[in-house]
Design a protein around this ligand. Structure first.
Ligand code: G1P
Length: 297
């Protein structure tokens, strides 16, 4: 036996939320399937997992979310149709979506909160560390935030969550951390020890302006913490509240990631992601840039 932390192989993607912020678009389709340029939101998150070395993705769904399973399933009819039309590049693209990684699905039967959604994945995760990625947040780029958390976990053996600075007036939209320096020269000021966390505090009650971004790397002990977590804000079992216990009992780091996140669960954030990812597109990014310039705003 060695003390080396276990390898991180699994990720949980909670996708049971009702998407009320995006009504009417989400009346009959999951918000995770809303496309940013040419991919549904959840595919960006799955690609981040794959780029971070994750081998098993557990998606926590709910009623009305079948389109997510269909998206990552194989589609032989569509593939052979595309092949028969000579569109083998598209056939390959469709084929690869379902073969990036191993998928499992489980259901959260009632909307009892994000902490509860993670708890629902307990059996499928088992006794090993795992990542949690919220599908509303997309973080494009070559060094995924999840990979950065995996590096912290593998070096320290402790859980870590991604945080970023936000304007004070927005603390009511996020989990907010209370931190102290971790004093670890490998990460400098980017790594901090979490003293406490608060879910969506008002600006006057917020212990800092460091917000929880939606990327978590957690040890399996978090499940016991979530079992003991009482309903909190909005009457829901909050992941943030489970993490308060975890921080106190096993220690937990906050990591200021290197990169840019888009809160695509918010209409403005979704538009920003669409514009910026569109500008990067190899096929039409240049034309799109010219078009935006022509608007002379
Ligand atoms: C959730 C979490 C919150 C976190 C946020 C990141 O809130 O509860 O702590 O800061 O995601 O996007 P939601 O956006 O689902 O309300």
């Amino acid at each position: 036996m060695t003390d080396k932390p276990q390898r991180v192989r699994k990720a949980v993607l909670p996708a049971a939320g009702l998407g009320t912020r995006f009504l009417p678009a989400t009346k009959a389709q999951p918000k995770e399937m809303l496309p940013v340029v040419d991919k549904p939101l959840i595919q960006y998150v799955v690609e981040e997992c794959v780029a971070s070395g994750i081998e098993n993705i557990i998606i926590v769904t709910g009623r009305g979310k079948n389109a997510i399973e269909d998206h990552f399933d194989s589609s032989p009819e569509l593939e052979s149709f595309l092949e028969s039309k000579g569109k083998s590049d598209l056939a390959e693209l469709v084929h690869n979506i379902g073969n990036m990684v191993h998928f499992s699905y489980t259901r959260q039967k009632e909307p009892l909160g994000l902490g509860h959604a993670v708890l629902v994945a307990r059996e499928l995760v088992g006794n090993e560390p795992f990542a949690v990625l919220l599908g509303d947040v997309i973080i494009p780029g070559s060094r995924p935030a999840t990979q950065q958390l995996v590096e912290v976990f593998e070096a320290t053996g402790k859980g870590a969550i991604t945080v970023e600075e936000i304007p004070r007036e927005k603390t009511g939209l996020y989990g907010i951390v209370d931190v102290e320096p971790a004093g670890d020269s490998r990460w400098g000021k980017r790594l901090m020890k979490i003293r406490d966390l608060v879910e969506k505090p008002s600006p006057s009650e917020a212990p800092s302006n460091l917000a929880v971004t939606g990327r978590y790397l957690l040890p399996p002990e978090v499940f016991d913490c979530l079992e003991r977590t009482q309903p909190g804000r909005g009457g829901e079992i909050q992941l943030t509240d489970g993490l308060r216990l975890l921080a106190k009992e096993t220690g937990l780091y906050a990591h200021v990631f290197d990169g840019k996140s888009y809160d695509a669960g918010d209409k403005l954030g979704f538009l920003k992601a669409t514009v910026e990812i569109g500008l990067e597109n190899q096929e039409f990014g240049g034309d799109f840039r010219e078009y935006l310039r022509s608007l002379k705003l």
